[in-house]
Design a protein around this ligand. Structure first.
Ligand code: HEM
Ligand SMILES: *[C@@H]1O[C@H](CO)[C@@H](O)[C@H](O)[C@H]1NC(C)=O
Length: 329
């Protein structure tokens, strides 16, 4: 192939992808314009996690759901209005996404210190970082200067977020569309080392897998039996409830590489977890991540920074929201 064609193809491939603009974000962005900002967020997040460790998981997930839909622009924080159902309302976020009050509290204190300076999208990026430190001693600097979007559309969620039923190829494609590599996809999935899942996100694996197998053969049998005691059969009339179980059986409040070890034991909760070990393209990355927790932690930190720069608004784009739940007047 001629070099020119090759360049053309790579140009087309790149322009179809999300923009990772870490270059336009700056570490220490608020140092001179609102020096208390990062401390306020950290303090608020630590206080919330001390009360309920699940909120740390919620904040990390919230940052991911923000960045994958319209970029990291705090679109996930906007409430629905009478005319417009927002991202929040989508079943991937409602009712499972948690931690909104933590962001509200941090924003209120930050606004009292320096009104209209610090964006909700930066507060969320800081809060996710502070959660990773609190629960996993994983530390990284968050380049900041994001601005907040004015648009949030429920229907855009399913087009952009990966599904818990996805296989490795689908997950790879989804992350690639956001400019993240296969390795980064596997690394970031390690966030499922903390937090919980509702039974509805994986119950087909237990009760109605396919025509020949009622349960997913890639799941450890004892694990299936245990999960059945926690999750009622979806067809049960009395089961209007949707209980939650830890995403990782071992240490659900500890952000570490134990997640990858559970995959090797066929105890991944979601299809999108277990597929990382079942699929040859990702199995070796899973194996590598089981070896050294600190190496995985450093890769996780770097991947969070990259995820945090997807399609960001900067400069004069967007706005600095006053209230993270509504666009400015
Ligand atoms: C690889 C594709 C991914 C899929 C398909 C996926 C899907 C899911 C699902 C279905 C849940 C449970 C929701 C529920 O039923 O309550 C969940 C929880 C969670 N996800 Fe993911 N996720 C993915 C990647 C990520 C990434 C990249 C992160 C962050 C870096 C992340 C962080 C979390 C956290 C922390 C929780 C627990 C939330 C809580 O306890 O409140 N996930 N995810
Ligand atoms: C059911 O799943 C198993 C394991 O993935 C597979 O081998 C089998 O072909 C599937 N059967 C049908 C009918 O799809």
């Amino acid at each position: 192939m001629a070099l020119r064609d090759c360049l053309l193809i790579s140009f087309l491939a790149i322009s179809a992808m999300a923009q990772l603009s870490s270059a336009s974000l700056k570490a220490g962005y608020y140092q001179s314009i609102c020096p208390a900002a990062e401390n306020i967020v950290r303090h608020t997040v630590n206080k919330a996690i001390a009360r309920n460790p699940g909120l740390g998981a919620g904040l990390i997930r919230m940052h991911f759901h923000d960045c994958f839909v319209r970029g990291c622009d705090a679109s996930v924080l906007l409430d629905s209005t009478a005319e417009n159902p927002s991202e929040k309302q989508h079943p991937a976020n409602n009712p499972s996404l948690q931690g909104f009050e933590v962001i509200d509290e941090a924003k209120a204190i930050v606004e009292a210190h320096c009104p209209s300076i610090v964006s909700c999208s930066d507060i969320l990026a800081f809060a996710a970082r502070d959660s990773a430190f609190n629960l996993g001693r994983i530390y990284y600097t968050v380049p900041a200067g994001r601005r907040d979007g004015r648009v949030s559309i429920e229907d855009e969620v399913s087009q952009n977020l990966p599904r818990p039923t996805s296989n490795a190829q689908e997950l790879e494609k989804n992350f690639l569309q956001k400019g993240l590599s296969l390795d980064e996809m596997v690394t970031l999935s390690g966030a499922h080392s903390i937090g919980v899942s509702h039974c509805s996100s994986f119950s087909t694996r237990l009760y109605s897998f396919n025509a020949t197998h009622p349960q997913d053969p890639s799941m450890d049998r004892a694990f299936v039996a245990y999960l059945k005691t926690r999750c009622p059969r979806p067809s049960n009339a009395k089961s209007n409830t949707d209980p939650t179980v830890p995403l990782e059986v071992g240490t659900p409040n500890r952000l570490d590489n134990t997640y990858y070890k559970t995959l090797r034991h066929h105890k991944g909760l979601l299809t999108s977890d277990q597929t990382l070990f079942t699929s040859p393209s990702t199995a070796k990355l899973v194996r590598k991540n089981t070896k050294h927790n600190s190496e995985w932690g450093m890769k996780f930190a770097a991947a969070m920074v990259r995820m945090g720069s997807i399609d960001v608004l900067t400069g004069t784009q967007g706005e600095i929201r006053k209230n993270c739940r509504v666009v400015n007047w």
